[in-house]
Design a binder for this molecule. Structure first.
Ligand code: CA
Length: 355
């Protein structure tokens, strides 16, 4: 494979060169890439992250690799990023892996799963626990190279117009909650509804839905959700630390000289930590605003969380039976979670209780 690829890429290289050694020419060559994203242009947090990633790659490479960012619907609709980059319509994309569960349900482990890893644990699994290798194995089937490139941190449980005191309060509840969280809600008698972000406000205002989750104080405040709901519940059991992904067309990635590959990888890592830091800061400010504006901020009762946790565990087990790679990823993720939990408990959790 490697040898064949080498010969192919050498031929491609020679085809574009007229003078000089291939080595010096490879490092001089300029690459112009398109980045497609699932976010509106410069959308707070997520869209800004895509923009930062492109700017960082442009400047670190001194514009040898130049990336132009297209927001959702500028070139393609938001949920066509995966296919478009896989087919080479754009060389690079910025999105969230759980959107691709139709390609493989295992994609969801690379964004966030209910009662799964926190952002810090997630990065640990991805960078040091074999997560990225499994992610590459999964996406290799689609001609894509994945990299973590952002994280929102733990999300909020969502906005409700009635109190949640027991499991009965979830029965028949029409809630905007996509993905696995929605599947769990449906198993306990709720009615999950999938709506794009822009439609949430009106749906909640008109009573078309009873509740919604979105992200956290920063993004939720921007949508004005505090104007159409009474209660803001925590924690975001369904999305405890969602990773945002950068996906690169594999042929395009392999064509880059090693230093540009390294720049792409390092820029993704930088944006991964930058987005999480930005979210923490902006959530901090928005939470204060929401508290000051009189919103009731409440914790889900522990008996409700207990049932949701047990239900989530069986939903994930079901998912793992889909195919061999889903089982392999599930096993790696769950065993990492089981192994890291004792450490998280006596470190972060224990310390935060004392603060
Ligand atoms: Ca969410």
């Amino acid at each position: 494979m490697k040898r064949r690829y080498f010969i192919k890429s050498l031929a491609a290289l020679l085809g574009t060169l007229t003078l000089g050694t291939s080595e010096s020419r490879a490092s001089d060559r300029e690459y112009n890439w398109k980045m497609v994203t699932s976010w509106p242009k410069n959308f707070p947090g997520l869209g800004v992250g895509a923009e930062n990633l492109a700017n960082l790659i442009n400047s670190l490479s001194n514009n040898r690799l130049k990336i132009k960012v297209y927001g959702a619907n500028e070139l393609i609709p938001p949920l066509e990023v995966f296919d478009f980059v896989a087919q080479g319509g754009a060389e690079i994309g910025h999105s969230g892996a759980y959107y691709w569960k139709g390609k493989s349900p295992a994609c969801q482990f690379f964004s966030s799963v209910p009662f799964g890893l926190t952002s810090q644990e997630m990065n640990s699994w991805l960078y040091y626990g074999g997560g990225i290798e499994l992610w590459e194995k999964l996406y290799n089937n689609f001609n894509l190279v994945p990299r973590p490139a952002g994280n929102t941190g733990v999300q909020m449980g969502g906005w409700f117009n009635k109190e949640i005191n027991s499991m009965d309060d979830l029965k028949g509840l029409k809630m905007r909650i996509p993905g696995l969280g929605g599947e769990v809600l449906s198993k306990v008698g709720g009615v999950p509804i999938t709506l794009a972000g822009a439609e949430i406000f009106t749906a909640l205002q008109t009573g078309a839905i009873d509740a919604t989750e979105w992200v956290g104080p920063y993004n939720d405040r921007a949508f004005g959700l505090h104007k159409v709901a009474k209660y803001y519940y925590y924690p975001g059991w369904h999305e405890p630390g969602p990773s945002i992904e950068c996906i690169i067309n594999k042929d395009s990635y392999l064509q880059l000289p090693d230093d540009l590959k390294k720049i792409v990888d390092t820029a993704c890592k930088a944006v991964n930590i930058d987005m999480l830091s930005d979210y923490s800061m902006k959530n901090m400010l928005a939470l204060k605003f929401l508290k000051d504006s009189g919103i009731e901020i409440k914790e889900f009762p522990s008996e409700v969380l207990d049932v949701l946790r047990e239900t989530s565990s069986s939903v994930l087990k079901e998912l793992s039976l889909h195919d061999d790679i889903s089982l392999e990823i599930y096993n790696s993720y769950i065993s990492f979670k089981n192994k890291i939990s004792p450490w998280t408990k006596i470190s972060n959790l224990s310390y935060l209780k004392t603060r």
